[in-house]
Design a protein around this ligand. Structure first.
Ligand code: ZN
Ligand code: ZN
Length: 236
């Protein structure tokens, strides 16, 4: 089966994300666009994933519980879990590794934890766009050891990417690779190349969704689909 997927999106928890982009609005917008597999991947934090899980359930989406980790090299990596609880544990681990630098909301933006209704139920004090204390290699290894999907994010971006910050994409067992523009002028070691919306505003949701052939609409099916790599970037 061919599914529309979008594995890179933020919410109002990310300081650079719009305060209006709640997990519920993200999910509803994705559903309206026919996206079937959707991930929420806030910067270095998973605390909006419980609301996202409820929203995906209501919208009949297959949700992936994710985080966009900022490594010590300042490279962004998506780590995506099948189970909410596993993602929450990994999120606590990453948040703990963030330096004691605190957010200045009027400078960087709010870091709001919200419920399904979009009501603010808390805020995160540590600045979530800081560089965490985990290396690129270690986040790949740690994610895979926890049975997550690991995807270097926007490798062709001119900042916070493997190509910009490392100069190349190391040959590691990624689940897939994400770029903004395809094809990408880099050796991606035969991995499947995805595009993701990296939505920070409601109007960005779905802007770079892509289509993947998978055997079943399950986490295992998604893994198999990523391994066989039948992807298209426009509706076939
Ligand atoms: Zn990023
Ligand atoms: Zn992002």
């Amino acid at each position: 089966m061919l599914v529309k997927i979008d594995l890179h999106n933020h919410s109002c928890l990310s300081p650079c994300g719009s305060d209006d982009l709640t997990p519920a609005l993200l999910s509803v917008e994705a559903m309206e666009q026919g996206i079937q597999i959707l991930a929420l991947t806030d910067h270095n934090c998973t605390r909006n994933l419980p609301a996202f899980a409820e929203a995906c359930e209501l919208c009949n989406l297959m949700g992936l519980y994710g985080i966009e980790v900022n490594t010590v090299e300042d490279v962004h990596v998506l780590v995506l879990f099948e189970k909410l609880q596993d993602a929450m544990e990994f999120g606590s681990f990453i948040e703990f590794l963030l330096p004691p630098i605190y957010n200045k909301p009027n400078l960087f933006g709010m870091q709001n934890i919200v419920n399904l209704e979009g009501e603010i139920i808390g805020t995160v004090d540590k600045l979530l766009i800081s560089t965490s204390g985990i290396s690129f290699n270690d986040v790949i290894e740690e994610g895979l050891s926890r049975d997550a999907l690991v995807i270097p994010a926007h490798i062709d971006r001119n900042a916070n990417s493997a190509l910009a910050n490392l100069g190349f994409l190391p040959d590691l067992p990624y689940s897939a690779v994400e770029a903004i523009r395809v094809p990408v002028a880099a050796d991606i070691h035969g991995k499947t190349l995805l595009t993701g919306s990296d939505a920070h505003y409601l109007q960005h949701v779905g802007r770079r969704a892509c289509y993947l052939e998978i055997p079943t609409l399950t986490f295992a099916g998604l893994k198999q689909g990523l391994a066989s790599g039948k992807v298209s970037y426009t509706h076939p």
